[in-house]
Design a protein around this ligand. Structure first.
Ligand code: SF4
Ligand code: SF4
Length: 401
């Protein structure tokens, strides 16, 4: 199966519940940005630039949990900024689990090993005989140092502080935009790719689920992304998300200002996206992609999908960002206000015509994946494709033929 059965059932039951209540617009995934501060400054990142004036601000933990409860999305993607810099990240993950939500923690992985060491320290103090061989393996593979191991064995930990534990309800979601040279160039720092690989290896030894997310830019070579997925398969990564890089205003402005670059040399037009993703359906058969087959068909230019940005709302330090993850016209006090104040019929593309010029080239997953998942532009055979995607075997990594 693509996802653990309880996760699939959780999402299916939420969709059925909303249908039964005849709710036409509801949240499937909450993009929760508890802060926008980051320990990187990636070339294509609009977030750290759009929110530069509030970069030190953070959402109180209670507001984060209230946002999830309010929109009631079955899945929460904690993003930012770098969420592991959020001082209460462990309590946030635990609180979302108490609310019975599926959690994806999107991270650049720079401090992921430290967070997993905190978990290991607690486990070791409770069951040293069980966890000593695991600790030994981590040392052997140089995933932690002898000094770090000594700290873990010392038992000097505050057991009342929550830690991020492996669970079938939790995924690390690691940002990786290519193999080593490409990724380090895009994140503008060398050594980041290597750190991601070490963090993935450590996570799999400790029993975490791991996904990766990749943004495709104009210079991305898709054959390199195939190599990346093949390599990640050897590390035991559970799934991959992929989305076309879109030149929303702040990312494009930053490109001009900082790099003296032309946004059109970096971000994708709709035609570029279709060209880059022409093999998307084949990838869906070869690799454990987390995008649905219908969304992959859309990316490959085989069908149109309207926009359902209301299903993947973004909540951050300023409020509920509207209308979508990419465009900011306003921040609202509540999810309900976002839904009611936004003129959804003026967004996205219908019959090949953009209803808002800013949507012309947008094919990003946060606008269109829910359209596929919810069967909004359904065609014959889609139900079978979705069933096979969810309940069929997960693709095993194969070498390119
Ligand atoms: S790691 Fe993520 S949030 Fe940080 S700069 Fe890069 S894209 Fe932006
Ligand atoms: S099509 Fe894209 S840019 Fe337009 S509203 Fe939807 S998600 Fe936002």
């Amino acid at each position: 199966m693509r996802f653990p059965l309880p996760l699939t059932l959780k999402i299916a039951s939420t969709l059925l519940k909303q249908r039964w209540r005849a709710v036409s617009r509801f949240a499937t995934v909450l993009q929760l940005e508890p802060l926008h501060a980051c320990n990187l400054a990636c070339t294509g990142c609009g977030r750290i630039r759009e929110y530069a004036s509030t970069i030190r601000d953070m959402m109180p933990l209670a507001d984060c949990l209230a946002a999830a409860a309010e929109c009631d999305a079955p899945m929460v993607s904690i993003c930012g900024g770098e969420p592991l810099l959020y001082p209460e990240i462990e309590a946030l993950v635990a609180g979302l689990r108490d609310q019975k939500r599926i959690v994806y923690l999107c991270t650049n992985a720079l401090i992921m090993r430290r967070k997993m060491s905190d978990y290991l320290a607690v486990q070791w103090s409770e069951e040293p005989r069980r966890f000593e061989p695991i600790l030994y393996q981590l040392i052997l593979e140089k995933l932690i140092s002898h000094k770090e191991a000594a700290v873990i064995r010392s038992g000097r930990i505050d057991k009342k502080r929550p830690v991020i534990k492996p669970s079938r309800w939790f995924y690390w979601n690691i940002h990786l935009d290519g193999l080593e040279a490409t990724h380090d160039r895009i994140v503008e720092k060398s050594g980041v790719f290597k750190e991601c690989v070490l963090a993935i290896r450590m996570a799999k030894i400790l029993g975490y689920q791991v996904a990766t997310n990749t943004t495709i830019y104009k210079q991305t070579k898709m054959v390199e992304i195939e190599e990346l997925w093949s390599f990640l398969g050897t590390l035991g990564v559970d799934g991959h998300t992929i989305t076309p890089g879109y030149d929303y205003a702040e990312a494009a402005e930053a490109m001009v200002r900082r790099k003296q670059g032309r946004p059109e040399d970096f971000f994708l037009t709709r035609a570029d996206t279709i060209e880059k993703f022409r093999n998307a359906e084949e990838w869906g058969r070869r690799f454990p992609l987390l995008g649905t087959p219908v969304y992959l068909e859309f990316l490959a230019g085989k069908r149109e999908l309207s926009c359902s940005a209301w299903a993947i709302p973004t909540r951050n330090v300023r409020g509920w960002k509207g209308p979508c993850y990419l465009i900011t016209d306003a921040h609202y006090a509540s999810y309900r206000e976002l839904i009611e104040a936004t003129d959804w019929d003026r967004l996205g593309r219908v019959n090949g015509v953009a209803r808002d010029p800013r949507c012309e080239h947008c094919m990003v997953h946060c606008g269109h994946e829910p359209t596929a998942t919810l069967g909004i532009n359904a065609q014959r055979g889609d139900i079978w494709k979705n069933l096979r995607f969810n309940f069929g075997p997960r693709p095993r990594i194969t070498a390119k033929r």
